[in-house]
Design a protein around this ligand. Structure first.
Ligand SMILES: *Cc1c(COP(=O)(O)O)cnc(C)c1O
Length: 421
């Protein structure tokens, strides 16, 4: 899908992006050639540090896809997925709101200058007291909760706030991440006591939120959660509370191969089923992170070592599970299976079953196992596409390998931007 030139124009002309170098590359082979040209730069040749390339045209394209498939649902980009300031500025220029989980995330969004506090949801159901006080100071007045103690904290430190009750997604247990089972979301039997507590504290509960878990594959999870949300709306009415009006469907979307279309049509159908009348009055929001960030960033890593054992090839690269691949480990959606890479060089036709290690002395720091690669040599580069989600966000300097040193180069393609020179 071609992006609407207007979307990209908005990004390129955003005041917060001015001063950034944005390289416009020719449509077809331009992207790989750009990476090759970066590798030849002195600053890269001197250190061989890994680097990221952020493709703004891809971000604009994703926003067009979102608006096309979920026109009623306003995205609040989940900052934790990738807090890169250029990406945040681009999302702001595209009209997105922001889901922040901490004081520092709120600060980084407000510091863009173009986003007011009304475009931010503090979507962490358990917040530090000092962060709540900060939200009150800057006027971030929408947050989530799933415990009685949180109601009490809000009453004390930010009584101007409105609340969304965070529900446990009914299909959580079937989502790939078992860890998500117990941490977040009110159980069905907890909804009434939580609503009563907010009522007693005189803090308005204006709606419901849930999050089905990142990269969800079972899209029925959205329908089940929207059904549960409807039940909570009805409970609130029965308790004599003002009609709820916000439905926040969280994140979990991926951009790849029709999966977004499928998830979006599941969401649309469930909203139509469970909120048929409320629709005109209903405020629909979402908190996509991965959807916007994942495919926008490409990572280039340098091969720093090699070992041959019979037919097997082993390579060391200068990024691994304590750096950009941390998310794959922490979120259990990788284990060396999800990440896919391609060599920039290595023209041999023959391929070898290869292991790719990260640079640290942790023996678990393995990026890929049994992955077929052509014969490569030390100082070749391995390129990882789709590395924007939960990657650089897990900054670390474990073992002295400091991922904050990685540069990000910003590009877009000429095809999606009409008014380039
Ligand atoms: C992390 C998070 C998201 C974003 O999830 P993605 O899978 O990246 O879309 C959305 N909402 C909440 C509450 C989150 O914690």
């Amino acid at each position: 899908m071609e992006s609407d030139p207007k979307s990209l124009q908005a990004v390129m002309e955003a005041p917060t992006l001015s001063g950034k170098v944005i390289t416009v590359f020719p449509k077809d082979d331009g992207f790989n050639n750009f990476i090759k040209s970066v590798i030849l730069k002195n600053e890269v040749q001197n250190t061989k540090q890994p680097f990221y390339v952020l493709h703004l045209g891809a971000v604009a394209n994703l926003m067009d896809q979102w608006v096309h498939s979920l026109p009623e649902v306003r995205p609040f980009y989940a900052v934790k997925c990738n807090p890169d300031p250029t990406l945040l500025a681009a999302m702001a220029a595209l009209g997105s709101g922001f889901d922040c989980g901490s004081r520092a995330e709120i600060e980084s969004v407000l510091s863009l200058g173009s986003v007011g506090p009304d475009r931010i949801i503090f979507s962490n159901p358990c917040k530090m007291e000092s962060h709540i006080k900060y939200a009150a100071t800057v006027g971030v007045n929408l947050t989530t909760f799933d415990s009685l103690d949180e109601v009490e904290k809000i009453r004390k430190w930010h009584p101007q706030s409105s609340l969304l009750i965070r529900l446990k997604s009914p299909e959580d247990a079937r989502v790939q991440r078992q860890a998500s089972d117990s941490k977040f979301g009110a159980l069905p039997e907890e909804v009434v006591p939580l609503l009563r507590a907010a009522q007693a504290a005189q803090i308005p509960v204006v709606g419901v939120s849930f999050h089905v878990g990142t990269a969800v594959k079972n899209f029925r999870a959205y329908a089940a959660a929207i059904e549960a949300a409807k039940a909570a709306f009805e409970l609130a009415t029965r308790l004599g509370m003002p009609q709820m009006r916000v439905l926040n469907i969280g994140g979990g979307f991926t951009a790849g191969q029709g999966s977004f279309e499928e998830a979006a049509s599941m969401v649309r159908a469930a909203i139509h089923t469970y909120f048929p009348d409320a629709e005109p009055r209903l405020n629909l929001m979402a908190e996509p992170g991965r959807f916007f960030a994942e495919s926008a960033f490409t990572l280039a890593t340098n091969i720093i070592g090699k070992r041959v054992r019979g037919e097997a090839r082993e390579y060391w690269i200068n990024d691994g599970i304590h750096g950009s691949l941390a998310g794959e480990v922490a979120l259990e959606c990788g284990n060396g299976n999800l990440s896919r890479c391609m060599p920039l060089a290595g023209t041999s036709k023959e391929v070898f079953s290869s292991t790719v290690y990260g640079p640290t002395c942790n023996s678990l720091d393995i990026v890929l196992k049994g992955y077929w690669l052509p014969e490569l040599v030390v100082d070749d580069w391995l390129i990882f596409p789709n590395m924007g989600a939960y990657s650089s966000a897990f900054k670390s300097s474990f073992n002295g390998f400091n991922t904050s040193l990685f540069s990000t180069y910003v590009v877009t393609d000429a095809g999606s931007f009409s008014s380039t020179e």
